[in-house]
Design a binder for this molecule. Sequence first.
Ligand SMILES: C[S@@+](CC[C@H](N)C(=O)[O-])C[C@H]1O[C@@H](n2cnc3c(N)ncnc32)[C@H](O)[C@@H]1O
Length: 390
Amino acid sequence: MENIRKRIEQIIKDQSLIYCVLSNARKKDIENYNKVTIRPILVKGEYIYQFTYNYPKKVTHENIKEDAMINKTVTLFEEQFKQGQIYTKDADVQILISKKLKVKILEKPPTKKSINLEHNRKKNHMIPENEVNPFLIRLGVMNEDGKVLAQKYDKFRQINRFLEMVADVVPHLEKKTEKINIIDFGCGKSYLTFALYHYFVDILKLHVNIIGLDLKKDVVNHCNEISKDLGYEDLKFMIGDIEHFTGADKVDMVVTLHACDMATDAAFVKAIEWDADIILSVPCCQHELFDQIHNSLMNPMEKHGIIKERMSALITDSIRANILEIMGYTTQILEFIDLEHTPKNLLIRAIKTNKKNQEVVEEYRKFKEFWGVNPYFENALGEKLKKRLL
Ligand SMILES: C[S@@+](CC[C@H](N)C(=O)[O-])C[C@H]1O[C@@H](n2cnc3c(N)ncnc32)[C@H](O)[C@@H]1O
């Protein structure tokens, strides 16, 4: 491995790394990442390396400083990956490691263009900064010159992060020949609903119908006004409760971001009834199971209110993902935005694949029994879920 270390040291010293992919994993199971990508980013003039770990069911990120980056990468080769493709300004470097840990390093002329990192970071946004964007101006995120307001920068990042997650699932919707029907349950002030519309219509040039639903009349009226002003013909807002919503017959994608407590489950039930292809949800205020969960083995955690609260939120979301899997969705739990901005940072992304998986049924039964819970989501689905649990 010494030759790998030396080559990486050289690349880091020259600051020539563009992008790196580590693949061909040795341990191929759910616990281990099967691919890691590394890209440099410039933070306040300092080179930082962003590692993205791709697990079968989740993606995590880690920012690592230059000095630690080399050891980290070499360890990844030693412990998990047999192959690496490193794109630098000077060469495309391929690393191959045999079963007997023999290392081969192949070099070819560079195929990727070097990048201005700061510039690139801005361009990487789905909605660029410093470009006049009518919906962001109207919502008070940017000024008339296209500058994002300092106090709205977190919102701007959240919008972009959300659109990145949407972009990943668009291929599952593009086969639709008619308009794509999308509903945003609990849309609130609707920054993300407007962003969705802008992304599908202005950027992707797709035909969509988007409905935002919320309990709050004043908010809904205000959003309808903005939509009209912007000429967003196929974006409408309605007043109503998710559970009793009857305003659509066919919905392809259901979004529900920070809808409180069981409103998230009500949104899932609707999505399942419509056989929606995609569900994107950031749950919050998961209070339902707090008073139900109990297992004496977990006393060390249960006896501390704050730990129990977090544990109960995680149990709730695990159960939700598990039920969605039983109902034929492939689910991933992703980090929505950095924990430092909001503790409600898990996004459940579910894609209808109709994969039958008896294992998840078993998992569900045992998990429920372990915690002694009776979730609203299961009861609200009624017969639909019961049939699958048989
Ligand atoms: C925290 S805000 C989130 C707004 C937006 N989705 C976002 O993430 O920026 C939650 C919204 O969900 C709405 N809400 C909560 N329960 C609801 C229900 N049962 N039916 C419709 N809307 C609901 C609330 O009125 C509120 O506007």
